[in-house]
Ligand binder design. Structure first.
Ligand code: GAR
Length: 207
């Protein structure tokens, strides 16, 4: 069967990328195949994870290209040359403009470490999300996988999973629990779901 060709965009540690690689190896992801990893940070450990799994990588930085537009055009070029069907933002810490997202309607998914619409939008990323959840005093948080559109964290929700906050939690402890109990599970599940749908509908517009 034809598989959806997936590009994973990363910036940091890449534990979510690792979860996707593991899911692919275990057959949890069977309708898609990770064909490319793009990082906007040359020092991202995620690049090492990709290399170890034999996945081609590209480093594209905004500072080198000078503008958001040039940065996004360069990413688009790379996606085209790898005939990518589905883009996964897995800890990608750069907001993509409408110029980019409009080209890939329901073709970009993102994992966010809270239950959207709480603690999301511009400025809410990484550890900051968990700091704000603890500051607010919520007793339940979680993770969300959603489609990406021009509104930061505003696209249609695909999957969510709740995670309990415990007494004594620090942002770091909570971040780890949210990853382990939610992100590393729902991201591969959502990627399989979307890949399967894409292949069934054969709406492969990028190829
Ligand atoms: C993850 O918790 C991811 O949900 C979050 O950054 C972390 C990246 O970790 N993403 C965002 O906050 C996006 N708004 P990883 O590099 O180990 O996957």
């Amino acid at each position: 069967m034809d598989k959806a060709r997936i590009a994973v965009l990363v910036s940091g540690g890449g534990t979510n990328l690792q979860a996707l690689i593991n899911a692919q190896n275990k057959g949890i992801i069977s309708s898609g195949q990770i064909a490319l990893v793009i990082s906007n940070n040359p020092n991202a450990f995620a690049l090492k994870r990709a290399a170890k799994a034999g996945i081609p990588t590209a480093v594209i930085t905004k500072s080198e290209l000078g503008s958001q537009q040039a940065f996004e055009e360069r990413i688009k070029k790379e996606l085209q040359s790898y005939q990518i069907d589905l883009i996964v933002l897995a800890g990608f810490m750069s907001i993509l403009s409408k110029n980019f997202t409009a080209d890939f309607p329901e073709r970009i998914v993102n994992v966010h470490p809270s239950l959207i619409p709480a603690f999301c939008g511009k400025g809410y990323y990484g550890l900051r999300v968990h700091e704000e959840a603890l500051k607010y005093g919520v007793t339940v948080t979680g993770a969300t996988v959603h489609f990406v559109n021009e509104i930061p964290d505003g696209g249609r929700i695909i999957l969510q999973k709740a995670v309990k906050i415990k007494e004594g939690d620090t942002p770091e402890i909570l971040q780890k629990r949210v990853m382990k109990q939610a992100e590393w599970k729902i991201l591969p599940e959502a990627v399989e779901q979307v890949s399967k749908k894409l292949m069934n509908n054969r709406k492969v517009v990028l190829r």
